[in-house]
Ligand binder design. Structure first.
Ligand SMILES: [Fe+2]
Length: 524
């Protein structure tokens, strides 16, 4: 398919998205002096918005008339380009509330982000960008409710793990149609691997190692029309897991035992590309290869949200296989596992998190992060076997999180996780394998948007061995649709009928309910 046809398709898809959201598609040709002469439509990666507060939101786009260009620069010349942007109170852009100019700089691959502030709380806005004679599609965003407001209802979609080769992303069409107040992405927005044969779609290029490789990978992912629809439907807040860089990496340790300096260079390239392609605030701009990603938000008095980064600051996984690095499954003979000094969040983030909890006011406290938190013993019968790449590999760090929740008397903590490509519901008590011990928190793990899961039999074994798990279902691709009220949290586990069909229907596989004041998950 040529780029031009791809561009038209993307436009049509975006128009369809706008129509689905009740918008009137607007493609005005503005008579303004052209910046560069684009070889093709430069907004083929779509628009997004993110990290809203009650007063502000970040708007994002990237100019890329030839998204998969071999140099990773998306078909752009090496000069910076001035973009214009507009934010309107209505879908037709009759009431433009704000407009301005922003530089799309070559060093950031002509990505651009605008922080629009002094907005009204809990309001829809529409935005678009213009470069020369070219005008982007339009997208909706929404501010959070005012921090002191009593709210009766708030809807969040939770997505993760979108391996491009493993399936189509129909889940994102459904998320877009449902127009949630907020979408959370909790890791594996891209996968770094090379092309694998005989899948429904193929990665362009080999294993991502350089900034050029990662830029092209993001460009390929973001050309997907369903992903563009979900970004255009409302604001996102994202955190990452491992595949944004490399499978099973931790901190500055490669998951494949790569030489440390080489891995640091690779990680810095991957972080730069993540920053360039997601609607992160400018405060998340990489500094010396580090990105300040973790964040909290108040959602009225209804909820406090904590987006945690459990990759960047980790200790290396305990007891790796001989001659290897990364995750493993270990038994009680792995003494390193229990070391108090091992960390998942890093000392600074732990301190920040505790300070956040001290100020918590929400009826619900939502922790969103990449990997399974609950204790899962994978050894059937006597003895234990723990996966070392999720919180089971960092039991002291997990204990510190639970201690902080208890010490700060945080109301209704619910942990949202990904990574495992399965729906899991778990109650977290003071004694993990005793369901009647004092309940502390609950966990809901979202299935993948498209990534493969392990065989269901393994999850059935988990259920037999771990009474803290209520549900473990790896047969469906999908996401979690969350609905919050002061009295209850409802999490609908949304499952696609056919992962290979970009238009697949979905259904509610299971509705889970948590009543406020009772940290136990029930099936609705
Ligand atoms: Fe994943």
């Amino acid at each position: 398919m040529t780029n031009r046809r791809r561009s038209l398709l993307t436009r049509r898809e975006l128009l369809a998205a706008s129509a689905a959201l009740g918008a009137v598609a607007a493609w005005p040709r503005l008579a303004r002096p052209a910046a560069p002469a684009f070889t093709d439509h430069p907004f083929q990666l779509g628009l997004s918005s993110g990290f809203p507060t009650d007063r502000s939101v970040v708007l994002w786009t990237r100019l890329a008339p030839d998204p998969l260009a071999a140099d990773g620069l998306g078909g752009m010349p090496p000069q910076d380009v001035t973009l214009r942007w507009e934010l309107a109170a209505d879908e037709q852009f009759r009431r433009i509330e704000r407009r301005g100019e922003i530089i799309a700089s070559a060093v950031n691959a002509h990505s651009a982000r605008v922080v629009v502030d002094h907005l009204q709380p809990a309001r829809d806005y529409w935005y678009r960008f213009m470069a020369g004679d070219e005008v982007s599609g339009t997208a909706r965003t929404r501010t959070l409710p005012a921090a002191n407001r009593e709210l009766r209802d708030f809807r969040i979609a939770i997505a993760n793990c979108q391996h491009f080769e493993h399936g189509q992303w129909a889940a994102y069409r459904h998320i877009a149609r449902s127009a949630p107040d907020l979408t959370l992405h909790i890791g594996d927005y891209i996968y770094e691997g090379a092309t694998t044969p005989n899948r429904v779609r193929a990665h362009a290029g080999g294993q991502c190692m350089t900034l050029t490789d990662y830029r092209r990978r993001y460009a390929q992912y973001q050309m997907d029309p369903a992903l563009q629809m979900a970004h255009a439907a409302g604001p996102w807040i994202s955190t990452w897991d491992d595949h944004e860089v490399e499978n099973d990496y931790s901190g500055l340790y490669s998951g494949r035992a790569a030489e440390p300096a080489a891995f640091a260079t690779r990680r810095a390239a991957a972080y730069q590309a993540y920053f360039e392609h997601l609607p992160l605030p400018p405060t998340a701009a990489p500094v010396d290869g580090a990105v300040a990603l973790y964040a909290s938000r108040r959602i009225g008095r209804l909820a406090d949200l904590y987006m945690l980064d459990q990759r960047q600051y980790r200790s290396a996984q305990a007891c790796p296989q001989k001659g290897r690095a990364g995750g493993n499954r270990v038994g009680d003979d792995c003494l390193e596992l229990q070391s108090e000094s091992r960390t998942m969040l890093g000392a600074a983030q732990e301190t920040w998190f505790d300070a956040q909890l001290k100020q918590a006011r929400g009826q619900w406290n939502l922790l969103a992060q990449g990997t399974v938190f609950s204790q899962v013993d994978e050894q059937i019968g006597a003895g234990h076997r723990y996966a070392t790449d999720n919180w089971n590999g960092y039991p002291a760090a997990r204990r510190r999180v639970l201690d902080a929740l208890q010490r700060r008397r945080v109301k209704n903590p619910v942990i949202f996780s990904g990574d495992i490509h399965a729906f899991i519901a778990a109650n977290i008590g003071t004694v993990p394998d005793q369901p009647d011990s004092t309940p502390l928190a609950t966990e809901i793990v979202s299935a993948s948007i498209s990534s493969d899961a392990r065989p269901q039999q393994q999850f059935e074994d988990w259920l037999k061995e771990n009474p803290n798990l209520l549900l473990a279902e790896g047969r469906y691709r999908g996401y979690v649709a969350l609905r919050l009220s002061p009295q209850r949290l409802q999490a609908d586990l949304m499952a696609l009928d056919d992962r290979d069909n970009p238009q697949s229907a979905q259904r509610v596989l299971q509705s889970l309910v948590i009543e406020a004041g009772v940290p136990k998950i029930q099936r609705a």
